[in-house]
Design a protein around this ligand. Structure first.
Ligand code: ZN
Ligand code: ZN
Length: 101
């Protein structure tokens, strides 16, 4: 076997040919190099619920659409931000007098 085309599984230390090497996300910034078996094991261990809840927890930005009739410019403002600033204006002309939501 050509040694350059193999990797060692970081979990079970088995030597795997490159096409069967899998990268498994250990945390947000690190991946570990594992064999196919370990990858399946890890997938089972971490399971879908954790991943799904992660997706659900992503804050969903709510946007409110405005359009400026002064310059025919459509834009969207983050609802949360709009609520805080009360200062919505057209990013194009900087005016707020011709805005329609
Ligand atoms: Zn392994
Ligand atoms: Zn404008």
């Amino acid at each position: 076997m050509d040694i350059r085309k193999t990797r060692t599984c970081e979990r079970c230390k088995v030597v795997v040919p490159l096409p069967q090497v899998r990268l498994f996300p250990k945390d947000i910034s690190t991946n570990i190099l594992v064999c196919e078996n370990c990858c399946e094991d890890l997938k089972r261990a971490t399971k879908a619920p954790a991943l799904q809840s992660k997706v659900k927890n992503l804050p969903q930005a709510e946007y409110k659409s405005f359009s400026c009739s002064r310059c025919d410019y459509d834009f969207r403002i983050d609802k949360a931000k709009a609520g805080i600033t009360h200062n919505i204006m057209c990013p194009y002309c900087g005016q707020s007098d011709r805005l329609r939501s």
